[in-house]
Design a protein around this ligand. Structure first.
Ligand code: NAD
Length: 249
């Protein structure tokens, strides 16, 4: 028996990194998973890699028409959605003094607006007892140089779970947040660091992590599967840090 047998799931940004690892785990636990991503080629490759019980739908989470097309596809193919992992997001750096309007808009459009409308548009498909897992980050609770806008987007995500757990009380839908530490994914390369800076960043983070290592995408996928499944039946509005202890000390 799988933890998600016969469930219909959505993983946004499911073609790479944490989202891809989670989509694989969801399928291994018995779900049919819809994954999204912006680039068709990467999406097709991920669908092939996952192998079965998966449907790829190309789209940008910051574009409401793309979200409408996504949920229309899910409605037509499956008629319902039991669990969603709202994972698509980007990380970019800019220290105060160098924050451009473009930087601000891009991060808030994808990481905040994308999350709000993904969840809102998914709701009509979600039966009572469904689960929502939002991907935030330890940065929502910490201060790191040049991370302020990204961190603010993730602080918004963390707080959505508090409000939405109450909004969805009548529907009996649980909303929880996973907050990863430093996880080795292709997303790290979008920070805009040189290879040398990236190495220094990772070494610095490992040095302040009690487990003495960075995380792998499957570390997060296991925690998301817990929050998405009945294993977390009385966990609601919570934030689960999966960071090797880094933000806990
Ligand atoms: P990644 O780059 O490997 O994956 C990001 C995914 O999001 C990709 O599938 C990409 O296509 C998708 N995406 C980005 N913008 C999109 C958009 N506008 N529309 C649709 N899809 C879009 O990176 P990752 O590290 O796996 O990141 C996944 C999530 O985890 C992000 O929300 C990120 O903020 C969060 N996170 C990552 C880390 C880490 O250390 N890697 C730590 C904390 C939180």
């Amino acid at each position: 028996m799988g933890k998600l047998d016969n469930k219909v799931a959505l993983v946004t940004g499911g073609n790479s990194g944490i989202g891809l690892a989670t989509a694989k785990r969801f399928v291994a636990e018995g779900a049919h998973v819809f994954i999204t991503g912006r680039r068709q080629k990467e999406l097709d490759a991920a669908v092939k890699e996952i192998g079965g019980n998966v449907t790829g739908v190309q789209g940008d989470v910051s574009k409401l028409a793309d979200l409408d097309r996504l949920f229309d596809t899910i409605r037509k193919q499956k008629g319902r959605l039991d669990t969603i992992f709202v994972n698509a997001g980007i990380a970019q750096l800019a220290p105060l003094g160098s924050i451009s309007e473009e930087h601000y808009n891009q991060l808030f459009d994808i990481n905040v607006k994308g999350v709000v409308f993904t969840v809102q548009k998914a709701l009509p498909l979600m039966p009572p007892g469904s689960t929502i897992v939002l991907n935030a980050s330890i940065v929502a609770s910490k201060g790191f140089a040049a991370f302020s806008i990204y961190s603010a987007t993730k602080a918004a995500v963390r707080n959505f779970a508090r409000g939405w757990a109450v909004d969805l009380k009548e529907k009996r839908i649980r909303v929880n947040v996973v907050s990863p530490g430093v996880i080795m994914t292709p997303g790290l390369s979008t920070l805009g660091l040189t290879k040398e800076q990236e190495k220094g960043f990772i070494e610095g983070m490992v040095a302040v992590t009690p487990q003495g290592r960075t995380g792998v995408p499957d570390d997060i996928a296991k925690a998301v599967t817990f929050l998405a499944s009945d294993d977390s039946s009385y966990v609601n509005g919570a934030e689960l840090f999966v960071d090797g202890g880094m933000a806990q000390i």
